[in-house]
Design a binder for this molecule. Structure first.
Ligand code: ATP
Length: 319
């Protein structure tokens, strides 16, 4: 019934919104959380999606459920925690575009999802299961993620993984690396960023880093994102690179997730076994354009572009 099911965090990203009259920093409460962002973009591409996760029984949790429902993602897999509040993340963007995350997650509701609360039918009924490492930082959500992966594997559901490394959330970076590697060992589709591949392999050269993990973990399809410089795709012995789009970027939250969604969308359209140089180039070019559109607005879930906007950007840059 579903094209893609994702499990993990949904949270409020507070992005800076200038200053108040008194000179205090103002924040905008943007619904987000990587797996949910990915599903939102997939719905924009016309895909049926379902989310599994946990929010607090508070106003932010209500807002998240309403927003996710409104964008067209199935929300019946979302559970409310009676005691723990919805997870919050404050995102400070610096003039050079770099971001600093402060998480309010000690714990946050997303971490409290238990295996018993997971609606495994949503996974069984999907073509692709997507996850990241935020649902691997601690129990009980770690156990829920492991069970979900098991169900996905048993039911021949394609597995998609985006580590989304957030160093402050880990007790040690060694543990973060171990969990990234656990994800590599499970996935069929990997989306990884330039910083993450350098972090996990310790190798400067991206191609070499990707070669090392593909060889070690036998990952069929890898997408590498390189911020404004665009992206690469690796499949069998094919390597494709497409440049990024020049846009008026104001905030990059959700860009990687928009890209991931377009990558998964491309796999669903062609079938993973039918990927070739031409369709991969088309997939990552569309994904670059879509992700660039997301950087022109704040936040993630409500800043995803529709297909028309993406095609308009592609047409404009072809002229
Ligand atoms: P995030 O953590 O914000 O989701 P990420 O680190 O996973 O992002 P990036 O490599 O920063 O991923 O960005 C993903 C894609 O978004 C890039 O491959 C590119 O296509 C697009 N993108 C990112 N930043 C810009 C930018 N400043 N201008 C144009 N496109 C961008």
């Amino acid at each position: 019934r579903y094209d893609v099911c994702a499990l993990g965090e949904t949270l409020i990203d507070f992005t800076t919104y200038g200053e108040s009259d008194q000179g205090n920093t103002v924040f905008e409460a943007c619904p987000g959380g990587a797996p949910c962002n990915v599903l939102t973009m997939l719905t924009k591409l016309g895909r049926d999606t379902a989310f599994i996760g946990k929010v607090g029984k508070d106003q932010f949790g209500k807002t998240l459920i309403e927003t996710i429902k409104k964008v067209g993602v199935e929300t019946k897999g979302i559970v409310e925690d009676e005691k723990v509040n919805t997870t919050l993340a404050f995102v400070h963007t610096f003039p050079d575009g770099d971001r600093d995350f402060s998480f309010y997650r000690n714990p946050g509701a997303d971490m409290m999802l238990t295996s018993e609360e997971v609606d495994f039918d949503l996974i069984k009924d999907s073509k692709v299961f997507h996850f990241g490492t935020l649902s691997m930082t601690s129990e009980p959500v770690y156990g829920a993620t492991m069970e979900a992966l098991k169900v996905a594997k048993e039911n021949n559901v394609l597995i998609s993984f985006d580590p989304n490394l957030r160093p402050p959330l880990w007790d040690t970076l060694e543990r973060a690396k171990e969990m990234m590697e656990l994800g590599f060992a499970q996935c069929d589709i990997l989306k990884i960023s330039d910083n993450e591949i350098q972090f996990v392999t310790g190798v400067e050269d991206y191609d070499e880093g990707i070669r090392i993990i593909r060889e070690k973990y036998n990952i069929p399809l890898v997408f590498l994102t390189m911020g404004k410089d665009g992206s690469r795709a690796y499949y069998k012995d094919i390597r494709v690179e497409m440049p990024g789009y020049k846009v008026e970027t104001i905030e990059t939250t959700g860009a990687g997730d928009t890209f991931t969604a377009c990558g998964i969308g491309g796999v669903l359209e062609h079938g993973i076994e039918n990927l070739n140089k031409e369709n991969l180039a088309e997939i990552i070019d569309f994904a670059n354009a879509a992700a660039a559109c997301t950087t022109t607005r704040k936040g993630a879930i409500l800043s995803m572009p529709d297909i028309e906007e993406v095609e308009a950007l592609r047409n404009k840059s072809r002229q």
